[in-house]
Structure formats: structure tokens, C-alpha cells
Design a binder for this molecule. Sequence first.
Ligand SMILES: Cc1cc2nc3c(=O)[nH]c(=O)nc-3n(C[C@H](O)[C@H](O)[C@H](O)COP(=O)(O)OP(=O)(O)OC[C@H]3O[C@@H](n4cnc5c(N)ncnc54)[C@H](O)[C@@H]3O)c2cc1C
Length: 397
Amino acid sequence: MTHDVIIIGGGIVGLATALAVLEKRPGAGILLLEKEAGLARHQTGHNSGVIHAGIYYAPGSLKARLCREGAEAITVFCAEHAIPFETCGKLVVATDALEASRMDALFERAQTNGIAVEKLDAAELRRREPAIEGVGAILVHATGIVDYKAVCAAMAAELTRQGGTIELGTEVTAIQEKDGLVTVAAGERRWTAAKLIACAGLQSDRLARLAGLAIEHRIVPFRGEYYRLPPARNTIVRHLIYPVPDPALPFLGIHLTRMIDGSVTVGPNAVLGLAREGYPKLSVDLRDMIDLATFPGLWRLLAANIGSGTQELANSLWKRGYLAACRKYCPALTLDDLRPMEAGIRAQAVMADGRLEHDFLFLQTEHMLHVCNAPSPAATSSIPIGRMIADRCFGAG
Ligand SMILES: Cc1cc2nc3c(=O)[nH]c(=O)nc-3n(C[C@H](O)[C@H](O)[C@H](O)COP(=O)(O)OP(=O)(O)OC[C@H]3O[C@@H](n4cnc5c(N)ncnc54)[C@H](O)[C@@H]3O)c2cc1C
């Protein structure tokens, strides 16, 4: 039997894409293949659970537009499917003069992006968040929190309700585009489809190569390590608390995040991982390490970021260093407050020249589309990303 579309990957991008295809082609025969025994077992199930408003991204960029549209679409989806979410707002806190000047630039960018923001002085910040210290802050009203695993469960239910099939525990091991069709194999099993859409996150470069695409980038895993505060600290903050990001670095910095289950997490940092899917600290995977070591782009990246990379690694290995980063804006935290929890691992596309790809990256042939980079905030933006992919595969309109 030939399917209309095969989707590889049961993370939020694969699931949102499946629903977007059905929106465009109601009744289309969709098969979604996921290698794990459950959905959202990788990036989607190990993230901060933030619905980003989109203040950080270059005005007019795809990322800015998709984030703004995505935040609205996710909250509508949650409301329709009775998934708990909260628009609790976030504070981006400056702790010194350099951060205050970066904060001013961020404030302007947020306004250009059409996002409602408010500037707070030190006294107003302290009034709203007594445990947080800073010289000022930006309040972003629209930022929210949600459990993206719950969103995925609802998306999967919707997909099967509309006739789609999900096969768990099915790892795609071969892909061939031939005679107007794509054949996909998982061990001895085989399926064919008119279109293949691969949304494979940490394995996306391998699937692209498996399909015969010439790619110059490689996925480099960046661990995001978190701690969870003890329940007695669950009311330490009312908003999400973020540092002002260093514009030279790609990630947002260690933040205090209220989770939708009522707990508060601290993190994530950004440390080079030696295993794409190894969550415990110091996990090593031989194949992943060989892939990293033989990729010149990684060495160029490391050489260009030796200072920040070493600092992140030191803070990962030495809890006091991690604590110091949080205490810059939340001095009440102690070592005892930082209780380890499972890390997340970001799939970051790095180009051969060592450049980090910050934007979404898609590679397309006549019958295939490979999502090769879907960095944060791709969980927030997943619904419009899915619609954009469906447009690319089946034409807009
Ligand atoms: C630490 C961290 C914090 C983040 N915080 C946020 C946040 O707060 N808000 C936000 O919007 N975004 C956040 N992000 C980003 C967001 O989580 C990701 O961009 C998003 O989840 C990517 O979804 P995905 O479906 O592309 O990938 P994934 O969720 O990784 O899904 C890919 C799927 O493909 C499957 N797969 C891989 N290879 C195969 C194969 N051969 N056969 C079958 N299946 C296969 C995998 O098992 C996996 O389930 C964060 C990410 C991390 C890591």
C-alpha cells in the first residue's frame, strides 16, 4: 500500500507537520514512524516548557514571525484540547551596566517585533519579584508555560482520529527516492509514499545522508543541564526569570523556569555532548564521538568559542560555578537548592566552517523534505512550522 505521506519523527515538529498536512489535504493517508517506544522522548520531552513570545529574533526574520504566530497557535490548540498552560510572563533581568545596555537593545528589538514589553527599574523589579536582584528588567507579558509532552499526546490523538497511523518502536534504516515514490525501510519492513517528510531532530543529518542528500553540516549535540528546586522553593518567583543574553552566544542562558506542574527548574546550560541521546552526565557514544571528531566544523567552532565553552564545561562539572551564575540574579539560592534532574540535548546544526546555524534549515527534493535544523523556539513555533512544511510539499494556498 502506498501512503500519501510518510513522516519520520514523533517529536512536536513531526506531529504538527502531520496535522498541517491533514489541514491542507483532509483525508490524506499519513504514516508517522518513530523509533522510540513513545512520542516526544528527545528534545520535545526534555525542554524548558516555555511558550516564547519572540523578543530575541531579528525583526522581519522567519524565526520572529513563526514564534509570534506559534505562541498564539499553541495556546489556541491547548485551549481547544483542555491542555493546561499559563501565560505567566517573563522578566529578562540585567545585573550590571553592560547587561543594562544590552537590555535596552533587546527592548527595542522586542518593540520592533510587535511584542508587548514593559521596562522595570530596580525598585519595581524588587516589588514584583522580591527574591530577584537586578538594575532593571524587561517584562514580557505574553510568555507562557506548558508541558509539550501533553501537547504531543493531544496532537497524536488528533492525528489518529483523522485516520493517520503512528508506528512506535520503528527506526528508519534506509530511504530511497525512485520513480516518483519514496521507499522507507525499518529493518525488514518497507513502506512507500508519494512524499517523505523527515523531522528527526538529533538524527536529522544522518537521515538526510541515508536518503542520499549531499550535506555540509553536522548535528552537534549541546547538553542543557537543569536542576530542580525543592518544593519549598516553588513560590520563589512569580514570573520566569531570564538573564540578558550575550548576543555573541546562541543560547539564552540559565533561567529560573516555573513549570506547569508547579515546580521550578534552573537551567539549561550549554555543554558539548559526547552522545546525541545519552542523558546522564558524562554519557559517551562511540559513533557520535567519531562523527564529532572527524568533522572539521566542530574544531573550528571550538577554536572560536574556547572561552565560553570552557566556562560552560567548568560550571557543568562544578556545581558551585553553576550556582554562581544563578545567584547573579537570585542570591537566595543555595547549593542544597540545586537538585539534579534529567538533561535535555539540543540538536544544533553546525556548518563546515564552524558556524552555528541559528535558523531553521530545510532540504528538499521532488518527493522529500528534510528538517535539518529546528532549534529553540521550535516547540513554540511548531504549528506554523508544520504549515510551512505542508506548503513547501503541496504548494501554498
Ligand atoms: C534543553 C532544551 C530546552 C528547550 N527549551 C525550549 C522551550 O522552552 N521552548 C521552545 O519552544 N523550544 C525549546 N527547545 C527547543 C525544542 O524543544 C525543539 O526545537 C523541538 O522540540 C524540536 O522538535 P523535533 O520534533 O524537531 O525534535 P525531537 O523532539 O528531537 O523529535 C525527533 C524525533 O525523531 C525521532 N527519530 C530520530 N531518528 C529516527 C529514525 N531513524 N527513525 C524514526 N524516528 C527517528 C526521535 O526518536 C525523536 O522522537 C528546547 C530544547 C532543548 C533541548
